[in-house]
Design a protein around this ligand. Structure first.
Ligand code: NAP
Length: 465
């Protein structure tokens, strides 16, 4: 008997885990497949949008406008949002596998990479990811403490997250007040005494992964000046060749911006120092961070594949605050395979693979947990399309009959667990905007799950179980 899932009247029932950009784009690809589908979007928090809500910098509101598209996807009659439903806590991988024809894991990259040097656990050393989650009001981060009483901060890594952290540390707090930054962060930043920030990369200006627009912004912060040693912009032959490499579309523009920084006359004020070819080797301090040691790095290897090799000279920075911003990292979902080295779900064109490289039937993946933590929000659209194409190609081998949504609802009811609907999320969003109106902010986010649930349940759109 052929599998009729997806034919009119026999919907293909798919659960998508995670409601960040990759979850929404995978859901959109399913809804646009032309098949009869029923898509359930599971999210562990009561609120959707993942890194768009908790990762994008508050002073970059344009990037957040993609949520309008996501809300339109959520309004599709074939999609249902199940907020406040956590894998492992409320439903297991085995249970979900029995409920749906297919499951797409789009859980993003929830952890961060460690540098792997002595002293990384000293007080004052933080993951950039935690700082970002803190200023964006992610539940669970509201009581984190970043000691901003030091005058010098070091950021290791030269991607856009590092630049976001640098900009938020530097910007006068009044320039952040009109954003949806969490109030606890605005309060702490208002008391910040940071006057020198060092943004340190292990490779050269051509290999840095920030983008020109973000880099340029560092030169536009009132009272601050970016400082670049012109010598650090001298390129070896392989780096010169990389300037024309289509794989590095931002390199030439970045270099021009950096050259502008290097040539600018020195002004009085606070400084952002951009260092290149410096690799951190050790963090020192008695209980808390006091000094960061770096070794200069030589670039070796062919153009496009140069790696940083430790050279001889040593640089030390005296600082009480350090953020490692060297990339996010996926975390395993209990019951599914995991590539510990890459921090991703092993996959082939979005099909989850077990430890022997065989396809785990019915399980798919999209976004950062699939590809690793690279690319912009829009990159996830093509990624979701690829995954859904694999899912549709595998349709004949997927299980025939699955209860889908009705089964999930029955399971949650049996466990006396209540999910947040999209309408309830919209009530939370409305309440956040109302709170924001009182302090001239686009929104004053709730930073605790309990507060979010209180608003959701108060909407009365769903009776408690
Ligand atoms: P990223 O772009 O991958 O940058 C990571 C940085 O860490 C690189 O400079 C990398 O240098 C460095 N690094 C890695 N391992 C290191 C080590 N052991 N020691 C020293 N340095 C090390 O990652 P990200 O900044 O976390 O950003 C993630 C993604 O989100 C990116 O695609 C980014 O563009 C995107 N994003 C975009 C925006 C925006 O559009 N405004 C904002 C935030 C994030 P090597 O190159 O030498 O490895």
């Amino acid at each position: 008997m052929t599998n009729t899932a997806g034919a009119p009247g026999t919907p293909l029932r798919v659960a998508v885990i995670g409601s960040g950009p990759s979850g929404f784009y995978a859901a959109e690809a399913l809804l646009e497949s032309g098949l009869d589908v029923e898509v359930d979007l599971l999210e562990r928090l009561p609120v959707p949008y993942g890194l768009v809500r908790f990762g994008v910098a508050p002073d970059h509101p344009k990037l957040k406008s993609v949520t309008t598209t996501f809300a339109q996807i959520a309004a599709h009659p074939r999609l249902r949002f199940f907020g406040n439903v956590e894998m492992g806590r409320d439903v297991s991988v085995v249970e979900l596998g029995h409920l749906y024809h297919a499951v797409i894991v789009a859980t993003g990259a929830d952890g961060d990479r460690r540098i792997g040097i002595p002293g990384e656990d000293l007080t004052g050393v933080h993951a950039a990811r935690d700082f970002v989650a803190w200023y964006n009001g992610r539940p669970g981060c509201e009581s984190m403490h970043f000691d901003l009483s030091h005058d010098t901060a070091v950021i290791v890594g030269q991607g856009n997250v590092a630049v976001d952290v640098c900009r938020v540390l530097a910007k006068p707090v009044d320039a952040l007040r009109g954003t949806d930054m969490a109030e606890h962060a605005l309060d702490a930043l208002a008391r910040s005494r940071v006057r020198e920030i060092h943004l340190v990369g292990r490779r050269g200006p051509v290999q840095a992964s920030f983008t020109p627009k973000e880099l340029r912004e560092l030169g536009m912060i009132d009272g601050w000046q970016p400082v670049v040693d012109p010598k650090s912009l001298e390129l070896n032959e392989a780096s010169r060749a990389e300037l024309a490499d289509p794989a590095r579309p931002h390199a030439a523009k970045n270099l021009a911006v950096l050259a502008g920084f290097a040539q600018a006359p020195t002004r009085a004020g606070r400084r952002i120092h951009l260092h290149f070819q410096q690799g951190p080797t050790a963090l020192h301090g008695r209980g808390r961070l006091e000094r960061v040691d770096f070794r200069s790095q030589r670039l070796e290897g062919p153009s496009g594949h140069q790696i940083a090799v430790t050279a001889d000279s040593v640089m030390s920075l005296y600082a009480g605050l350090l953020f490692r911003s060297i990339g996010y990292r996926g975390t395993p979902l209990p019951g599914l395979p995991f590539d510990k080295l890459r921090g991703t779900l092993p996959h082939r064109e979005g099909r989850v693979l077990d430890e022997h490289g065989s396809v785990v039937s019915g399980w798919f993946t999209a976004g950062w947990i699939k590809r690793g933590p690279t690319g912009i929000i829009g990159t996830n659209r093509a990624c979701g399309v690829e995954t859904v194409a694999s899912l549709l190609a595998d349709l004949p081998s997927l299980p025939r009959s699955r209860p889908g949504r009705a089964g999930l609802e029955a399971l949650l009811c049996q466990k006396r667990h209540r999910a947040v609907t999209f309408a309830e999320w919209q009530a939370i969003e409305h309440a956040e905007r109302e709170r924001g109106r009182h302090c001239d902010k686009p929104a004053e986010k709730f930073v605790r799950v309990e507060e979010m649930l209180e608003v959701a349940w108060a909407t009365g759109m769903q009776e408690p179980v």
